[in-house]
Design a protein around this ligand. Structure first.
Ligand code: UDP
Length: 241
């Protein structure tokens, strides 16, 4: 069997990945499909942490734009990520993978609180850990959560699983047929070119902590595993080129 390229990774899924064709809400068959893919990756022996967004249920910023208090709106968004995490944990458990949800906002009845040491022990024991409720603070995103938790658990890479986009382009490939895909980029290039991989706080945090980003299309079966095994199917962002 091919050895995985990484020892420990953090997979970032947008909330929309869980919505399937509906675009909003949670589509259970879609979650089950993603869980089976992640289980295949888990079988390679790589340690996996997951951060799932909440955009399929709620986003704080647009709610604030139409008059809601931003902090309250962001807490609502963070709770949405917990719903996604609980549903994904259930699907992962049903595929036979031991999984734990840790939340940045305490809710002892439904999940463990985020405790770095405990998360590390779960990972070492081969459990998947889902980090939910974002950073626990408003004004941040789940991309920033992914960068922060990846740094805290010493993950070698963040796998940015995208819906239907197979990497980073110099223009929007859905609008511009001449858009060119980058195979490799540095964090500095991502920030200076304003490439929309993740928000700027998350990009800076990844750069400062030397965490690679791999941007790839998760809609093709087996792609997460290919990335973990070191196939160059998307765009890799690192501090060296
Ligand atoms: N959020 C937050 N702090 C965090 C992470 C998330 O306030 O640390 C809120 C914010 O309102 C955001 C929502 O949770 O709009 C959902 O997260 P995000 O937009 O990152 O989800 P994604 O786009 O990845 O689905």
């Amino acid at each position: 069997m091919v050895r995985p390229k990484y020892r420990r990774v953090l997979i970032k899924l947008s909330g929309e990945a869980l919505a399937g064709d509906k675009g909003i809400g949670i589509d259970i068959p879609t979650v089950q499909k993603i869980a089976r893919e992640i289980e295949e990756v888990h079988d390679t022996g790589v340690e996996i942490a997951l951060v799932i967004g909440g955009g399929n249920l709620w986003r704080g910023e647009p709610a604030a734009e139409v008059g809601m208090d931003r902090v309250q709106a962001d807490y609502t968004g963070m709770l949405g990520t917990v719903m996604n995490a609980l549903v994904m944990a259930d699907s992962l458990k049903q595929t036979g993978v031991d999984t734990r949800v840790q939340t940045a906002i305490s809710m002892h009845q439904v999940a463990e609180p985020y405790v770095r040491g405990r998360a590390l022990r779960h990972l070492e024991k081969g459990r998947i850990v889902i980090f939910a409720a974002g950073t626990g603070s408003p004004y941040f995103s789940t991309d920033t959560t992914a960068a922060l938790r990846a740094a805290e658990i010493d993950a070698e890479a963040i796998l940015m699983a995208k819906n239907g986009v197979d990497g980073v382009y110099n223009a929007d490939p859905k609008k511009d047929p001449k858009a060119i895909k980058f195979e490799e980029l540095t964090h500095v290039e991502v920030i200076h070119k304003g490439l929309k991989i993740m928000d700027s706080t998350a990009a800076t945090l990844s750069m400062d902590n030397d965490i690679d980003l791999v941007v790839f299309n998760m809609n093709e079966h087996g792609n997460i595993k290919k990335v973990v095994l070191g196939e160059n199917i998307g765009t890799t962002v690192s501090n060296k080129k």
